[in-house]
Design a protein around this ligand. Structure first.
Ligand code: ADP
Ligand code: ZN
Length: 215
């Protein structure tokens, strides 16, 4: 099964991706993680992307598309994958469709995590990420057992530079202008399922599993 997770920054795409890929054996493809990986390596792509990311803007389509194409080409037809943070606008959605159809693959489900703005702002500004394995925590809702240390791998937790309050508002604005339109795009294709993402992690996850037909 190939799935797209759609939703505002802070809707819980990263958290639920982790749970879904584990439970369904999917391959997790997060363009945000791929980009942060490039930034960490200080590769030419990373250097180009960093300026956009720190501002809360979208990285140019061509740059993201290249990373995505590489990630998808590794998946083959078996197993399935979960796209997290991609596509972010209609042109990315169209490029994805072309890329997949030439490989004989299609998207089975788009899960739209619908979250309110007040919830998002609280979640993002309290979010902490593992430097080493990219696991996601929250200082209030989901603290690590030891402050500042990842439960899974012992790595150091940090706050993403784009999770500070001003940049969060900018990212929400970009989401509204560029990404929100994809809800109707995938509704029209009849593969969209909407899930209430204001609930606790486990309650939202239960709805997600239900919407996938218990698969
Ligand atoms: P969030 O969904 O919480 O904003 P992501 O990790 O998905 O976080 O993305 C972080 C940043 O990476 C975005 O603000 C953007 O700059 C860049 N980015 C990620 N995915 C894409 C994409 N598909 N197209 C353009 N930019 C992207
Ligand atoms: Zn970790």
């Amino acid at each position: 099964m190939n799935i797209i997770l759609l939703g505002a920054p802070g809707a819980g795409k990263g958290t639920h991706s982790e749970m879904l890929v584990k439970d369904l054996g999917l391959r997790h493809i997060s363009t945000g993680d791929l980009l942060r990986e490039e930034v960490k390596k200080a590769s030419p792509v990373g250097l180009e992307a960093k300026g956009y990311m720190d501002k809360g803007a979208l990285v140019p389509d061509a740059v993201v598309m290249k990373l995505l194409a590489e990630a998808i080409s590794g998946t083959g037809k078996s197993g399935g994958f979960l796209l997290d943070g991609f596509p972010r606008n209609e042109s990315q959605a169209e490029m994805l469709e072309k890329e997949l159809s030439s490989a004989g693959i299609s998207i089975d489900r788009v899960l739209y995590l619908n979250v309110s703005e007040a919830v998002v702002i609280k979640r993002l500004t309290g979010r902490r990420i593992c430097k080493n394995c990219a696991a996601v925590y929250h200082v209030v809702n989901m603290p690590s057992r030891k402050e500042g240390i990842c439960d899974k791998c012992g790595g150091t937790l940090y706050q993403r530079p784009d999770d500070t309050s001003g940049t969060v508002l900018r990212r929400l604005d970009v989401y509204r202008k560029e990404t929100e339109g994809l809800i109707n795009y995938y509704k029209a294709k009849r593969i969209l399922k909407e899930v209430n993402a204001d609930l606790s992690r486990d309650d939202t996850y239960a709805l997600i599993r239900e919407s996938l037909g218990g698969k």
